[in-house]
Design a protein around this ligand. Sequence first.
Ligand code: FE
Length: 226
Amino acid sequence: MNHSLLELPFEQTALEPYISAETISYHYGKHHAGYVNKLNALIEGTEYEDKPLEHIIKYARDAIYNNAAQIYNHDFYWKGLNNKPTAPSVELLGLIERDFGSMKEFEDAFLAAGASLFGSGWVWLTISNNNMLEIKMTSNADTPIRHGDIPLLTCDVWEHAYYIDYRNGRAAYLSNWWKLVNWSFVSNNLSEFLNDPIAGYNQSCNDLTSVCEYVDFMQKNEHTPS
Ligand code: FE
């Protein structure tokens, strides 16, 4: 299976002045596209050749894992951005207020996590299997779905995401990135998970491991498997 590069959900100029078309031409056109091309070359003739991205993320290691995870992470990043004003759903806002106090406190905590992440990586809003929202940081290519967390939003804090526009000013990038968040995407991710948590939890699983994790999930959540 040849993996393909996500079609950007907006024009390359759409995020200006916060993220320039030049940044997107490198970030999307060189880095993101590079991960897709490298993964396709790496999996040729291996057990991963015909496997979906989520399966590769779950089971592969080293370069195959890194390139697959970076494709997933970048797809998620681009889908989470928008040049049009959007607002979080009532459902999402309620959980943010429950778990962080207020939208402003969530923003401050999320951006502080992004500023503090050492080296290259990603900041995420995830929902755990006990329905708690959490801010998670992953290093390099690592991705929450490898660890059973459901991502709702991510910000790329690799230098390639901001160096053209902000040089070493990661905090300025983060505060402007916040203005571009596509809250409809985040809200939809939450409602999809709440409507079908098992499908969300098992998005990266489709074999015996998934059955064990499913049972573990159901027990933790005190559901009765049907
Ligand atoms: Fe990136």
